[in-house]
Design a binder for this molecule. Structure first.
Ligand code: 13P
Length: 261
Protein backbone atom coordinates (compact mmCIF):
# COMPACT_ATOMS: atom_id res chain seq x y z
CA UNK A 1 0.00 0.00 0.00
CA UNK A 2 1.25 3.50 -0.74
CA UNK A 3 2.35 5.78 2.08
CA UNK A 4 0.60 9.10 1.53
CA UNK A 5 -3.10 9.30 2.46
CA UNK A 6 -5.66 9.76 -0.30
CA UNK A 7 -6.73 13.41 -0.40
CA UNK A 8 -9.01 13.26 -3.43
CA UNK A 9 -12.66 12.32 -3.19
CA UNK A 10 -12.97 9.00 -5.03
CA UNK A 11 -14.95 8.82 -8.26
CA UNK A 12 -16.48 5.77 -9.90
CA UNK A 13 -17.61 6.48 -13.45
CA UNK A 14 -19.37 4.00 -15.71
CA UNK A 15 -18.55 4.44 -19.39
CA UNK A 16 -21.40 2.90 -21.34
CA UNK A 17 -19.62 3.30 -24.70
CA UNK A 18 -21.89 2.36 -27.66
CA UNK A 19 -24.40 0.38 -25.66
CA UNK A 20 -28.04 0.88 -24.81
CA UNK A 21 -31.27 2.19 -26.30
CA UNK A 22 -32.90 5.19 -24.67
CA UNK A 23 -35.17 3.02 -22.54
CA UNK A 24 -32.28 0.72 -21.55
CA UNK A 25 -30.16 3.74 -20.62
CA UNK A 26 -32.94 5.18 -18.47
CA UNK A 27 -33.50 1.84 -16.75
CA UNK A 28 -29.79 1.43 -16.04
CA UNK A 29 -29.50 5.02 -14.76
CA UNK A 30 -32.51 4.58 -12.49
CA UNK A 31 -31.16 1.33 -11.08
CA UNK A 32 -27.78 2.89 -10.36
CA UNK A 33 -29.42 5.93 -8.75
CA UNK A 34 -31.54 3.73 -6.52
CA UNK A 35 -28.64 1.43 -5.65
CA UNK A 36 -26.03 3.97 -4.53
CA UNK A 37 -26.52 6.16 -1.49
CA UNK A 38 -24.94 9.61 -1.16
CA UNK A 39 -21.67 8.99 0.62
CA UNK A 40 -17.95 9.62 0.67
CA UNK A 41 -17.49 8.95 -3.05
CA UNK A 42 -18.75 10.47 -6.30
CA UNK A 43 -20.54 8.31 -8.85
CA UNK A 44 -21.17 9.12 -12.51
CA UNK A 45 -22.46 7.42 -15.62
CA UNK A 46 -21.59 8.20 -19.24
CA UNK A 47 -24.44 7.28 -21.60
CA UNK A 48 -24.36 7.82 -25.35
CA UNK A 49 -25.13 11.33 -26.62
CA UNK A 50 -28.73 10.54 -27.58
CA UNK A 51 -29.63 9.52 -24.02
CA UNK A 52 -27.73 12.28 -22.20
CA UNK A 53 -30.49 14.83 -21.61
CA UNK A 54 -33.05 12.19 -20.62
CA UNK A 55 -30.63 10.55 -18.20
CA UNK A 56 -29.78 13.96 -16.71
CA UNK A 57 -33.49 14.59 -16.10
CA UNK A 58 -33.89 11.16 -14.54
CA UNK A 59 -30.93 11.60 -12.18
CA UNK A 60 -31.60 15.22 -11.19
CA UNK A 61 -31.16 15.86 -7.48
CA UNK A 62 -29.72 12.38 -6.82
CA UNK A 63 -26.25 11.10 -6.04
CA UNK A 64 -25.27 10.14 -9.59
CA UNK A 65 -23.80 12.69 -12.03
CA UNK A 66 -23.73 12.43 -15.80
CA UNK A 67 -20.70 12.39 -18.06
CA UNK A 68 -20.46 12.59 -21.85
CA UNK A 69 -18.07 10.32 -23.71
CA UNK A 70 -16.43 12.95 -25.92
CA UNK A 71 -16.72 16.55 -27.08
CA UNK A 72 -15.53 18.81 -29.86
CA UNK A 73 -13.12 21.64 -29.12
CA UNK A 74 -14.95 24.40 -30.98
CA UNK A 75 -17.91 26.13 -29.40
CA UNK A 76 -19.92 26.34 -32.65
CA UNK A 77 -19.56 26.22 -36.39
CA UNK A 78 -19.79 24.02 -39.46
CA UNK A 79 -18.64 20.78 -37.83
CA UNK A 80 -21.29 18.25 -38.86
CA UNK A 81 -21.77 15.47 -36.37
CA UNK A 82 -19.79 17.07 -33.55
CA UNK A 83 -21.05 18.07 -30.10
CA UNK A 84 -19.61 21.10 -28.30
CA UNK A 85 -18.59 21.01 -24.65
CA UNK A 86 -20.96 23.93 -23.98
CA UNK A 87 -23.85 21.89 -25.41
CA UNK A 88 -23.00 19.09 -22.99
CA UNK A 89 -22.90 21.51 -20.07
CA UNK A 90 -26.23 22.95 -21.24
CA UNK A 91 -27.68 19.42 -21.28
CA UNK A 92 -26.68 19.05 -17.63
CA UNK A 93 -23.48 17.01 -17.88
CA UNK A 94 -20.90 17.48 -15.17
CA UNK A 95 -18.02 15.53 -16.74
CA UNK A 96 -16.78 14.70 -20.21
CA UNK A 97 -14.37 11.89 -21.08
CA UNK A 98 -11.63 13.07 -23.46
CA UNK A 99 -8.89 11.10 -25.18
CA UNK A 100 -10.29 7.64 -24.51
CA UNK A 101 -8.05 5.08 -26.20
CA UNK A 102 -10.91 3.99 -28.45
CA UNK A 103 -11.15 7.56 -29.75
CA UNK A 104 -7.38 7.66 -30.20
CA UNK A 105 -7.29 4.23 -31.93
CA UNK A 106 -10.37 4.41 -34.15
CA UNK A 107 -11.31 8.07 -34.58
CA UNK A 108 -8.06 9.92 -34.97
CA UNK A 109 -7.84 11.70 -31.62
CA UNK A 110 -4.28 12.88 -30.99
CA UNK A 111 -2.46 14.40 -28.04
CA UNK A 112 -3.05 17.78 -29.68
CA UNK A 113 -6.81 17.37 -30.14
CA UNK A 114 -7.17 15.87 -26.66
CA UNK A 115 -5.51 19.01 -25.26
CA UNK A 116 -7.94 21.18 -27.25
CA UNK A 117 -10.94 19.16 -26.05
CA UNK A 118 -9.71 19.47 -22.46
CA UNK A 119 -9.47 23.25 -22.77
CA UNK A 120 -12.95 23.39 -24.30
CA UNK A 121 -14.39 21.26 -21.51
CA UNK A 122 -12.88 23.47 -18.81
CA UNK A 123 -14.06 26.62 -20.58
CA UNK A 124 -17.59 25.19 -20.59
CA UNK A 125 -17.44 24.47 -16.86
CA UNK A 126 -17.20 20.69 -17.29
CA UNK A 127 -14.71 18.44 -15.54
CA UNK A 128 -12.70 16.64 -18.21
CA UNK A 129 -11.82 13.01 -17.52
CA UNK A 130 -8.54 12.90 -19.42
CA UNK A 131 -7.57 9.38 -20.52
CA UNK A 132 -4.00 8.23 -20.97
CA UNK A 133 -2.52 4.77 -21.33
CA UNK A 134 0.02 2.69 -23.21
CA UNK A 135 -0.43 -0.10 -25.76
CA UNK A 136 0.75 -3.61 -24.94
CA UNK A 137 3.78 -3.32 -27.24
CA UNK A 138 4.81 -0.12 -25.46
CA UNK A 139 4.56 -1.81 -22.06
CA UNK A 140 6.50 -4.83 -23.30
CA UNK A 141 9.19 -2.50 -24.61
CA UNK A 142 9.49 -0.80 -21.21
CA UNK A 143 7.92 2.36 -22.65
CA UNK A 144 4.76 2.59 -20.54
CA UNK A 145 5.87 5.56 -18.44
CA UNK A 146 7.36 7.61 -21.30
CA UNK A 147 4.21 7.05 -23.38
CA UNK A 148 1.91 8.11 -20.56
CA UNK A 149 4.20 11.05 -19.83
CA UNK A 150 3.99 12.27 -23.42
CA UNK A 151 0.20 11.99 -23.50
CA UNK A 152 -0.14 13.73 -20.16
CA UNK A 153 2.31 16.55 -20.83
CA UNK A 154 0.53 17.45 -24.08
CA UNK A 155 -2.56 18.20 -22.03
CA UNK A 156 -1.31 19.54 -18.70
CA UNK A 157 1.48 21.78 -19.97
CA UNK A 158 -0.87 24.72 -20.40
CA UNK A 159 -3.07 24.01 -17.37
CA UNK A 160 -2.92 25.95 -14.13
CA UNK A 161 -3.76 24.70 -10.64
CA UNK A 162 -7.47 25.51 -10.89
CA UNK A 163 -7.69 23.69 -14.24
CA UNK A 164 -6.01 20.61 -12.83
CA UNK A 165 -8.13 20.56 -9.69
CA UNK A 166 -11.23 20.66 -11.89
CA UNK A 167 -9.94 17.76 -13.97
CA UNK A 168 -9.75 14.01 -13.54
CA UNK A 169 -6.99 11.84 -15.02
CA UNK A 170 -7.81 8.26 -16.01
CA UNK A 171 -5.00 5.78 -16.51
CA UNK A 172 -6.32 3.10 -18.85
CA UNK A 173 -3.70 0.71 -20.19
CA UNK A 174 -5.01 -0.25 -23.63
CA UNK A 175 -4.10 -3.92 -23.12
CA UNK A 176 -6.43 -4.07 -20.10
CA UNK A 177 -9.54 -2.59 -21.75
CA UNK A 178 -12.25 -5.13 -22.44
CA UNK A 179 -9.75 -7.99 -22.21
CA UNK A 180 -10.51 -9.23 -18.70
CA UNK A 181 -6.83 -8.67 -17.99
CA UNK A 182 -6.63 -5.83 -15.47
CA UNK A 183 -3.38 -4.21 -14.43
CA UNK A 184 -2.25 -5.49 -11.06
CA UNK A 185 -2.55 -2.95 -8.27
CA UNK A 186 1.25 -2.68 -8.30
CA UNK A 187 1.34 -1.94 -12.04
CA UNK A 188 -1.41 0.66 -11.67
CA UNK A 189 0.26 2.26 -8.65
CA UNK A 190 3.55 2.62 -10.51
CA UNK A 191 1.87 4.62 -13.29
CA UNK A 192 -0.41 6.56 -10.93
CA UNK A 193 2.59 7.61 -8.84
CA UNK A 194 4.36 8.68 -12.02
CA UNK A 195 1.33 10.75 -13.08
CA UNK A 196 1.11 12.24 -9.57
CA UNK A 197 4.76 13.18 -9.82
CA UNK A 198 4.15 15.01 -13.11
CA UNK A 199 1.21 16.85 -11.56
CA UNK A 200 3.25 17.70 -8.47
CA UNK A 201 5.95 19.20 -10.67
CA UNK A 202 3.33 21.61 -12.01
CA UNK A 203 1.23 22.49 -8.96
CA UNK A 204 3.05 21.15 -5.91
CA UNK A 205 1.21 19.54 -3.00
CA UNK A 206 -2.21 20.35 -4.49
CA UNK A 207 -1.57 17.50 -6.93
CA UNK A 208 -2.71 15.06 -4.25
CA UNK A 209 -6.21 16.46 -4.64
CA UNK A 210 -6.39 15.66 -8.37
CA UNK A 211 -8.30 12.44 -8.93
CA UNK A 212 -6.39 9.76 -10.82
CA UNK A 213 -8.68 6.90 -11.82
CA UNK A 214 -7.71 3.45 -13.02
CA UNK A 215 -9.60 1.85 -15.93
CA UNK A 216 -9.29 -1.49 -17.68
CA UNK A 217 -11.27 -4.64 -16.75
CA UNK A 218 -12.32 -3.24 -13.38
CA UNK A 219 -14.90 -5.61 -11.87
CA UNK A 220 -16.74 -5.97 -8.56
CA UNK A 221 -14.23 -8.62 -7.51
CA UNK A 222 -11.03 -6.66 -8.21
CA UNK A 223 -12.08 -3.12 -7.23
CA UNK A 224 -11.26 -3.61 -3.53
CA UNK A 225 -7.61 -4.48 -4.16
CA UNK A 226 -7.25 -1.49 -6.49
CA UNK A 227 -8.95 0.93 -4.08
CA UNK A 228 -6.87 -0.22 -1.13
CA UNK A 229 -4.05 1.64 -2.91
CA UNK A 230 -4.12 5.28 -1.91
CA UNK A 231 -2.66 6.36 -5.25
CA UNK A 232 -5.85 5.12 -6.94
CA UNK A 233 -8.72 7.58 -6.56
CA UNK A 234 -11.43 5.61 -8.30
CA UNK A 235 -12.23 3.81 -11.51
CA UNK A 236 -13.45 4.32 -15.06
CA UNK A 237 -15.49 1.22 -15.75
CA UNK A 238 -16.66 -0.20 -19.08
CA UNK A 239 -18.24 -3.66 -19.20
CA UNK A 240 -18.98 -3.89 -15.48
CA UNK A 241 -20.99 -0.66 -15.60
CA UNK A 242 -23.56 -2.08 -18.03
CA UNK A 243 -25.73 -3.83 -15.48
CA UNK A 244 -27.17 -2.30 -12.33
CA UNK A 245 -26.15 -5.26 -10.22
CA UNK A 246 -22.51 -5.25 -11.22
CA UNK A 247 -21.95 -1.46 -11.15
CA UNK A 248 -23.73 -0.96 -7.82
CA UNK A 249 -21.73 -3.84 -6.33
CA UNK A 250 -18.53 -2.36 -7.70
CA UNK A 251 -19.30 1.06 -6.19
CA UNK A 252 -20.13 -0.51 -2.83
CA UNK A 253 -17.01 -2.70 -2.75
CA UNK A 254 -14.86 0.21 -3.89
CA UNK A 255 -16.31 2.56 -1.29
CA UNK A 256 -15.81 0.02 1.49
CA UNK A 257 -12.18 -0.47 0.44
CA UNK A 258 -11.61 3.33 0.47
CA UNK A 259 -12.98 3.57 3.98
CA UNK A 260 -10.67 0.76 5.15
CA UNK A 261 -7.51 2.17 3.54
P1 13P B 1 -13.60 -2.28 -19.51
O1 13P B 1 -13.94 -2.00 -18.06
O2 13P B 1 -14.70 -2.95 -20.26
O3 13P B 1 -12.27 -2.96 -19.65
O4 13P B 1 -13.43 -0.85 -20.22
C1 13P B 1 -12.60 0.11 -19.63
C2 13P B 1 -12.79 1.40 -20.30
O5 13P B 1 -12.42 1.57 -21.45
C3 13P B 1 -13.50 2.45 -19.55
O6 13P B 1 -13.40 3.68 -20.19
Amino acid sequence: MSQSPRQARPLFCGNWKLFGSLSESLALATGVRDGVAPGPVDVAVAPGFVALASVVAQLKGGPVAVAAQDCHWETKGAFTGEVAAAQLADAGCRYVIVGHSERRQFFGDTDTTVAKKTRAALAAGLSPIICVGEMLAERDAGQALPRVGTQLDAVINEMNEADLLASVIAYEPVWAIGTGRNATPAQAVEVHAFIRGRLTARIGAAARKVRILYGGSVKPDNIASLMSEEEIDGALVGGASLTVESFVKLVKEGTAACLRS
